[in-house]
Design a protein around this ligand. Structure first.
Ligand code: NAP
Length: 248
C-alpha cells in the first residue's frame, strides 16, 4: 500500500524496536522520515539507510525529547529540509521500574520527563506548521499499562495514562484545524525494553493473551500506518489497543 506518498513523518525514538518498525512501515507506504534518538544515533543511521534503500528520504538527529530546546532544533531541521510535518509519532519511551515504596524521585521524573513531557514538547513544536497547513496526524504510543496500571510501574503507568488524556485534549483542541490525535496502546511486544523479562514471566503473559502469542513491532507499525493515513481521516481522540486481546 502507498497511502502516505509525499508525506513527511517525524518519529521519536526511531533507532530500534517499535520506533524502527514504524519508521520502515511509514517509509514503505511512501513517507519521508525523520527519526531521533537520545543516544543510539548510529542505530538510527542504520534505520535511515534502510529507508533510503526504499527510495525515500531520511533524516537522523540526536534529540532528547525531554528537553524543549533539543526538540525545537529537531523540528527546525525537519521543516528546513521538507517544509512541512504531516505526521508526528511520539514513540520515544523509557522505563525505570520500582515498587512505590522504593521508587526514587529521579526515577519518577525521568520516566514522566521522556514519556509524557517529551510528547508535550514534540506536539507543541509541530502544531504551528500543522495548523498552517490545516492538516496533521499526531499519534502517541501509550501502553495497555496506561489502561490497567501495573505493580512496579507507577511512573510508567502514570506517563502512559497521561498520554491518553493528552491525546484526547489535543484531539479536541485541534479538530477544527483538521488535525487528528490518537493513541496506540500496545500490549507485550518483544524489544530491548522488554528483554529483561525472563521466560517464566513471558509464558505467564502469553497465558493472558487470547490470540496466544506476543505481538511484534510490525503489528504496532501497521496500526500506526492506518492512523496516519486517509483511511483514518474521521478518527480522532481514540485509543487503538494492539495487544492480541489481552485487555478488553
Ligand atoms: P526501546 O526498544 O527501548 O526503544 C525506545 C526508543 O526511544 C529508542 O529509539 C530510544 O533511543 C528512544 N529514546 C529513549 N529515550 C529518549 C529520549 N529522551 N529522547 C529521544 N528518544 C529517546 O522501546 P520499545 O519497546 O520499542 O518502545 C517504544 C514505545 O512503545 C515506548 O514508548 C514504549 O513505552 C511503548 N510500548 C512498548 C511496549 C513493549 O512491550 N515493548 C508495550 C507498550 C508500549 P535512545 O535510547 O538512543 O534515546
Amino acid at each position: 500500500m502507498n497511502r502516505l506518498t509525499d508525506k513527511t513523518a517525524l518519529i521519536t525514538g526511531g533507532s530500534r524496536g517499535i520506533g524502527e518498525a514504524i519508521a520502515l512501515r511509514l517509509a514503505r507506504e511512501g513517507a519521508n522520515i525523520a527519526v531521533c534518538a537520545s543516544q543510539s544515533t548510529e542505530a538510527a543511521e542504520v534505520v535511515a539507510e534502510k529507508i533510503r534503500e526504499q527510495g525515500r528520504e531520511a533524516i537522523v538527529r540526536q534529540t532528547d525529547v525531554s528537553n524543549a530546546e533539543s526538540v525545537e532544533a529537531l523540528v527546525k531541521t525537519v521543516l528546513d529540509t521538507w517544509g512541512k510535518i504531516d505526521i508526528l509519532v511520539n514513540n520515544a519511551g523509557i522505563t525505570r521500574d520500582n515498587l512505590l515504596m522504593r521508587m526514587k524521585e529521579d526515577e519518577w521524573d525521568a520516566v514522566l520527563g521522556v514519556n509524557l513531557k517529551g510528547a508535550y514538547h514534540c506536539i507543541k513544536a509541530v502544531i504551528r506548521p500543522m495548523m498552517k497547513a490545516r492538516t496533521g496526524r499526531i499519534i502517541n504510543v501509550s501502553s495497555v499499562v496506561g489502561l490497567t496500571g501495573n505493580a512496579g510501574q507507577i511512573n510508567y503507568a502514570a506517563s502512559k495514562s497521561g498520554l491518553i488524556g493528552l491525546t484526547k485534549s489535543v484531539a479536541r483542541e485541534l479538530a477544527s484545524r483538521n488535525i487528528t490525535a490518537n493513541a496506540i496502546a500496545p500490549g507485550f511486544i518483544p524489544t530491548d525494553m522488554t528483554a529483561k523479562l525472563n521466560d517464566k514471566i513471558q509464558e505467564q503473559l502469553i497465558a493472558q493473551i487470547p490470540l496466544g502469542k506476543l505481538g511484534s513491532p510490525d503489528d504496532v507499525a501497521a496500526a500506526t500506518a492506518f492512523l496516519a493515513s486517509d483511511d483514518a481521516a474521521y478518527i480522532t481522540g481514540q485509543v487503538l489497543v494492539v495487544d492480541g486481546g489481552m485487555v478488553m
